[in-house]
Write a protein that binds this ligand. Structure first.
Ligand code: BMP
Length: 261
């Protein structure tokens, strides 16, 4: 098998500004941790992000679960991103035709393209969804992740569907920066582009599930399966001490990465 590339090597190969920035941030902070701060209170979300900010390379948001949203909240978020040096990934999971996602990405109440660096999309509609999102995001140096696999039980994103995401990514090297994936080593062999990032949700130090389909892997096994960035939600924000939990996941993820090189 070809040797695994370091984050520095991937940064050097990256064709997209946001992707380069992500790898450079990971190297600078020694962090491959992305926290999913899925709390409903905007006030609590901002306070927790300020606490755990030093430990993450990327904040994953679900803007539509927050109880308050306005341009001031967006500004607070981007200020925190600058203060702690992390990227913002809005986990919007776009899934519509190109023309509709143009508006969903740039307009509405959330104006996602104004404050996020990275968004993601399902390829269910076909490649037109990438063309639409690219129309908005490329000129602003944004990046797009494709959902190649999901962490939930019974996911239909598998087999030829997963492989199709590789084809769509290879056709859009300027804008598609990688994948949401769970077991990338099992299907990425055909990918030409070794700069692409694999971001993996469903990570917890204690394996198990949540009673609603989530299936957890630990940091070490996720990295061994080819993941680059570990996404942790409840493992951090439900912990008694979110900051020390984030530090623990940062250390576990980074040691797992170093042991793979
Ligand atoms: P938690 O670690 O609390 O289970 O949170 C996982 C996060 O990752 C959630 O924000 C969820 O929406 C997201 N996610 C996931 O769990 N599985 C996927 O396949 C894709 C996701 O975006």
């Amino acid at each position: 098998a070809p040797k695994r590339l370091s984050y520095e090597e991937k940064a050097a190969l990256a064709k997209n500004e946001a992707l380069k920035r992500l790898y450079n941030t990971m190297v600078a902070k020694k962090s491959n941790l992305s926290v999913a701060m899925d709390v409903n209170s905007t006030e609590k979300m901002l306070a927790l992000v300020d606490e755990i900010g030093p430990h993450i390379c990327c904040l994953k948001t679900h803007v539509d679960v927050l109880d308050v949203w306005n341009d001031g909240v967006a500004k607070s978020l981007t200020d925190l991103a600058e203060k702690h040096n992390f990227l913002i990934f809005e986990d919007r999971k776009f899934a519509d035709i190109g023309n509709t996602v143009v508006s969903q990405y740039s307009g509405g109440v959330y104006k996602i393209s104004e404050w996020s660096d990275i968004v993601n999309a399902h390829i269910v509609p076909g490649p037109g969804i990438v063309d639409g999102l690219k129309q908005v995001g490329l000129g602003q140096n944004k990046g797009l992740l494709l959902l190649a696999e999901m962490s939930s039980a019974g996911t239909m994103a598998k087999g030829s569907y997963t492989e199709e995401t590789v084809r769509v990514a290879d056709e859009n090297p300027d804008f598609v920066i990688g994948f949401i994936s769970v077991n990338p080593n099992s299907w990425t062999k055909k990918s030409k582009d070794r700069s692409l990032v694999h971001m993996t949700p469903g990570i917890k130090l204690q394996k198990g599930g949540d009673g609603l389909g989530q299936q957890y892997n630990d940091p070490k096994s996720a990295i061994a399966r080819g993941s680059d960035v570990l996404i942790v939600g409840r493992g951090v924000y439900k912990a008694e001490d979110p900051k020390s939990s984030a530090a623990e996941y940062q250390k576990a993820g980074w040691e797992a990465y170093l042991s793979e090189l």
